[in-house]
Each structure stands twice: as C-alpha cells, then as structure tokens.
Design a protein around this ligand. Structure first.
Ligand SMILES: Cc1ncc(COP(=O)(O)O)c(C=O)c1O
Length: 401
C-alpha cells in the first residue's frame, strides 16, 4: 500500500511499527524492562529526587487556594511576568507580556509551533541525533525531516553540511542547544551561521532550550541574543529539567506577538490550557535567587562525573557532556557493535538500563550504532550503585568457555 506523506517521514526516522502506525518508543520499552527486572533505570531522563521545596510548596499553596480551573489561554499572568523577568535577568533580553505563551511542556510548544507553520512537503532541518518528538511532529504535520548529522567528538554542526541540507523548501530549522542527547552546546559561531542560513532560506528558527540551566562549564547564550535572529525566531523552554518537575509539563514559547497569536491558535485545540496550579509554582522557581541556579549546576556536574567515571571504568568510551542530563557511551571498546541489542541485555547482564542512541537518529547513522545514552539525573547513591554494577559488564559479556 502506498504510504501517506506523514508515514514516509515517520518511516525514515524509524518511528513506525510493522503495521505502518507510530510504534511505542524505545524509552517506553526500556522503562518497562527496568520495572520488570528491577534494574536501575538510566534510560529515561527524569530525576529521582524532588526539586526545590519552595517550588513544590507553591504548587500545594495554589491548589489549596482555588487555582484548579481552566486559566487564561496565554497562561497565568504570574508565570508570563516571571518568564519576562527571567529573560532579562539571565540574558538581558527584553520581552513584553505579549511575547510569551505558556504550554503543556516544551513538547506541546514544539508541536503547536510545527503545526502552525509547516505544510505538507515543507522541509524541517534538525540536528541529528535529535529529541524524537521533532521527527514525530514533523511527520504529523506532513513535513519532510532533513537531518544534519552531528558527529563525535564535539558534535558541532558542520557549516557546509547545514547549508547543503537546505533548499527552497526549507521552512524551519530546529536548534536544540544545550543538546539532548550529546550534551553539546553550540558555539556562538555555529549559532550565527544557523541564523545566516535561515535568512538565506527565509526559514523560521525554533529553539529548544529546556536544558538552559544545566550547562556545566559556561553560561547558556540563547540565539535570541543575536539581533539578526529576532524576526524569524520562536524560542522554547520549560520548567521540567530546571526544577526537577518533569511530570508537571509546564513550558513556554517566546516570540513576537504575531507569532504568539498564530501558535496560540493551534495550542487552543491541542490542550486549550494546562497545569493551572503549577504555573504560579514555576513562576516562583524562575524567581529563585542565583544561589539556587548555581546549586543545580554543581549538583549535576557531580552526578555527571560519578557516572562518567563508572562508565569509563566499565570499558565504555565516554563522550564529554558539557550540558544536559545525559552521557553518551560507546560500547565498541567492549566488542559490542549493536547498542540496541546490548540495551535489551543490559538489565540481565548487570541490572542497569540505558537506551541505544540509534533511537534518536535515522537507522542509516552507522557511526552511532554502538553507542548508548545514560541519564545521570539520579541520586548520587543510585549513580554510585550503577557504576558498581557496570564494573561487572566486561566479565558478564565475556563468552563462557
Ligand atoms: C531536547 C528536549 N526537548 C524537550 C523535552 C521535553 O520537554 P517537556 O517535558 O517540557 O515537554 C525533552 C525531554 O526529554 C528534551 O530532551
């Protein structure tokens, strides 16, 4: 049977099951495997420790004080104001209240933005490996995904490859920096090049900055600080990673009032509104003093280092992560060619779960085949335990003679 355009995009990204429909993600499979085997789940990127007490208490307070019904379509005024303040405080960016739209996480922000601007046949540039929702939503919009490979060791975009990947049909460039899953941070030079390419093709730039406060040795610099980007920019962030509240799903879009209206028109038919009591709580989080944001960085730097040491000791080649929740670990030095196969066996071999990097890239990316992604957004104890278990991997893999 002939494939619909959305199926061609989804199939190219490896998202379809044998029945031609979207299949459950490998993350669901690996999380189920962790639950079934009791293995330590370093597959999915959610913290196992609560975020700041003040933020949790603010949500409870909002629930206790009647903030439990549909709120304003653009989001609560308190959160909108807090986002405006946050952008000025951290980046010197001046926004107005009309430049912000609150969404059900960054994921809905991305979905509403893509659905607002993409028509069937339009091309969307993404940097690969990529957060899997980009491919799925591009497919749902009938658009064509055009991945630009990021390669080890630094995972920076190659300027020529980016330019060559564009065409007169390029409608959107999705920029995820700090980047999941590589932990890379695009250099200012890379970002300026992306802006030039977008200008040349008259494309919209959509940024996904959910890891903005999890950058370890430097400070995050949004593309929005580049003046030339402003008119074509839709910036997205969310609270989940910064405040360890991934289950709350509070995100936001920052763009011109005209774009906010266009994207908001789509969002109203996706969720209409969401998370009323969590919105003032996230506002409280964004207004926390600087020490809090410094503590997040220190704590995640320590966690990254515990896991990196454990993975290296276990025999993986570990790529440096400058940001985010994840470490990439190549199992080739352990004699492993297929990380998907290893991921399925890892719980039984050593009681740890990771995901194969191939889940976040096209099947043709052979250079990523032997690499796994491990999340370090876990308690120090759990990471220490995981490191101890992984130390037994080499002998568990050795053929029995
Ligand atoms: C790059 C990236 N964007 C977006 C999201 C999802 O954000 P949210 O939970 O706010 O929808 C994630 C979560 O893993 C992510 O890694």
């Amino acid at each position: 049977m002939e494939q619909a355009p959305w199926q061609r995009t989804a199939a190219g990204a490896g998202l379809l099951g044998a029945d031609g429909r979207l299949a459950p993600t490998i993350f669901a499979e690996m999380t189920a495997l962790a639950a079934a085997t009791g293995a330590l789940n370093l597959g999915q990127g959610f913290p196992d420790e609560d975020g700041p007490r003040a933020v949790l208490d603010a949500a409870k307070h909002a629930i206790d004080h009647g903030c439990n019904q549909y709120g304003p379509g653009r989001g609560s005024q308190e959160l909108i104001d807090a986002v405006v303040e946050h952008q000025r405080r951290f980046y010197g960016i001046g926004l107005g209240r009309g430049d912000v739209l609150v969404t059900a996480g960054a994921t809905e922000a991305l979905a509403a933005t893509m659905l607002a601007y993409l028509s069937p046949g339009d091309e969307v540039i993404v940097f690969e490996p990529y957060y899997d929702a980009y491919a799925a939503v591009a497919a749902l919009a009938g658009a064509v995904l055009v991945p630009v490979p990021l390669a080890a060791p630094d995972f920076q975009p190659d300027p020529d490859r980016l330019l060559r990947a564009t065409s007169p049909r390029t409608r959107m460039i999705v920029v995820n920096s700090p980047h999941n899953p590589t932990g890379t941070v695009f250099t200012e030079e890379s970002m300026r090049h992306i802006v030039r390419v977008a200008e040349r093709r008259d494309a919209i730039i959509v940024t996904d900055e959910v890891y903005e406060h999890l950058v370890y040795d430097e400070r995050h610099v949004p593309i929005a600080t580049i003046d030339a980007a402003r008119d074509r920019l839709v910036s997205i962030s969310s609270a989940g990673k910064t405040f360890s509240v991934t289950g709350w799903k509070i995100g936001w879009i920052m763009a011109s009032p005209e774009r906010i209206a266009q994207i908001g028109a789509v969002k109203q038919y996706l969720t209409f509104v969401n998370g009323a009591p969590f919105q003032p709580a996230v506002a409280a989080g964004l207004r926390l003093p600087d020490e809090h944001f410094d503590t997040i960085v220190q704590s995640f730097t320590r966690k990254r280092d515990i896991l990196a040491r454990g993975l290296r000791k276990a025999g993986f080649q570990v790529h440096d992560a400058r940001a985010g929740y994840f470490l990439l670990a190549d199992a080739a030095p352990l004699g492993v060619e297929d990380a998907t196969d290893l991921a399925r066996r890892l719980p039984e071999l050593v009681g740890v779960v990771g995901v194969p990097l191939s889940a976040l890239a096209r099947p043709s990316r052979r250079d990523l085949r032997s690499t796994l992604r491990f999340a370090f957004c876990k308690s120090d104890d759990m990471l220490g335990d995981a490191a101890g278990r992984l130390a037994g991997l080499r002998s568990a893999l050795a053929p029995v003679v």
